[in-house]
Design a protein around this ligand. Structure first.
Ligand code: NAD
Ligand code: ZN
Length: 263
C-alpha cells in the first residue's frame, strides 16, 4: 500500500503532517504493541488483540498473569505466558515502520522513542535514542546471584529457565505489571522531557499507562502537534490534533516518502 492507496482525506492528513516536519524539530515518539503488529506479533488489546475478551484460560486477566505478584506466588504460571510471548517473537523481525523511525532519527534535531515493547525491534532497526521503559524480553537475570544472560530463541531453552550459576530460577529483564519502572529508564525519560519537544507521535498503543499518555497530554497542553496512528480510538485520541486510523508501518512509510520527496 502506498500514498495513492489512501483515501483523499487520509492523503490530506499525510500532507498536513509532512508540512509540520523540518530538520530543527524535536520529536517525542511513543510506541506500543501495535508498532510490532505488522511484524506478526499480536497485540494484547485493540485491533487484533489476543486478550480483548478480558480473561485468559486461567480465568485471570493478562495483567494479573504477567504481574510481579503472580510471578512471586507462581513463577511457573507467569513463565508459561512469558515463554509464549518469547516464542511468538521467533522468526519475526522489525518492520518498515521501525525502519522509518530509525531513518527519521538522523534527519531531525532530536528524536526520542519511548517504547513499551519488549521485543527489541526499535534497536534492531537501528534507532539509538530508545527508552525501553518495560525492558527487553531477551535479557534474563537471576535475582539470587546476579547472573545475567541473553536468549535469542525461547524455543531452545527450558521454561522456566534455570540460572547457569546457582540453579535458581531466572526472570526476564522486563517490568511485570505492578512492578516499579527501571530507574535508569525513568531518569532518561525525565531528562528527555526537560529537553522539550515540538511534535508528539503516539503509535500503536492503547495508552493505558499514565506515563505513556502523559507525553500526548503535555504536547497538547503546549500546543504541539500530537499525532496518533492506530486503527482504533484510545484514551488519548481526543487530545490528539491528528488521528490517523490505519496501520502504523503504512502511514509512517507514506509520511516519510512524501517528506523526502519534498526535500
Ligand atoms: P495493547 O495491546 O494494549 O494495545 C495495542 C494497540 O495497538 C491497540 O490500541 C491497537 O488498536 C493498536 N494496533 C493494532 N494493530 C496496529 C497497527 N498495525 N498499527 C498501529 N496500531 C495498531 O499494547 P500496549 O499499549 O503496548 O500495552 C500493553 C503492554 O503489553 C505493554 O506493557 C507492552 O510491554 C506489552 N506488549 C508488548 C508486545 C511487544 O513487545 N511487541 C506485544 C504485546 C504486548
Ligand atoms: Zn543464580
Amino acid at each position: 500500500m502506498t500514498y495513492d492507496d489512501f483515501s483523499p482525506e487520509q492523503q490530506a492528513m499525510i500532507d498536513e503532517i509532512v508540512s509540520l516536519l523540518s530538520p530543527e524539530k524535536r520529536f517525542f515518539v511513543v510506541t506500543g504493541a501495535g508498532m510490532s503488529a505488522e511484524s506478526g506479533l499480536p497485540t494484547y488489546r485493540g485491533t487484533g488483540g489476543l486478550y480483548n475478551s478480558g480473561r485468559t484460560e486461567q480465568g485471570l486477566t493478562i495483567e494479573q498473569l504477567l504481574s510481579g505478584g503472580t510471578f512471586r506466588r507462581d513463577p511457573e504460571l507467569t513463565w508459561k505466558y512469558l515463554g509464549e510471548i518469547g516464542r511468538a517473537c521467533e522468526g519475526k523481525s522489525c518492520n518498515r515502520g521501525h525502519r522509518v523511525l530509525a531513518e527519521m532519527e538522523s534527519a531531525f534535531a532530536d528524536f526520542c522513542i519511548l517504547t513499551q515493547n519488549i521485543d527489541g525491534f526499535h534497536l534492531d532497526a537501528g534507532s539509538r535514542n530508545v527508552i525501553e521503559i518495560h525492558g527487553n524480553l531477551h535479557g534474563l537475570r537471576c535475582d539470587s546471584c546476579g547472573f545475567q544472560k541473553t536468549v535469542a530463541a525461547f524455543s531452545a531453552i527450558e521454561i522456566p529457565p534455570a540460572c547457569d550459576q546457582c540453579g535458581g530460577m531466572l526472570r526476564p529483564n522486563v517490568v511485570l505489571f505492578d512492578e516499579m519502572l527501571p530507574t535508569v529508564a525513568c531518569e532518561r525519560l525525565s531528562r528527555q522531557w526537560q529537553q522539550g519537544f515540538d511534535i508528539v507521535f503516539s503509535i500503536g498503543t492503547s495508552s493505558n499507562f499514565q506515563y505513556i499518555a502523559e507525553p500526548v497530554f503535555r504536547g497538547a497542553a503546549a500546543g504541539c502537534p500530537t499525532i496518533e496512528i492506530n486503527p482504533d480510538r484510545t484514551h488519548v485520541s481526543e487530545s490528539c490534533s491528528h488521528q490517523f486510523r490505519a496501520p502504523a508501518s503504512l502511514v509512517l512509510d507514506s509520511i516519510w516518502q512524501r517528506y523526502r520527496d519534498r526535500q
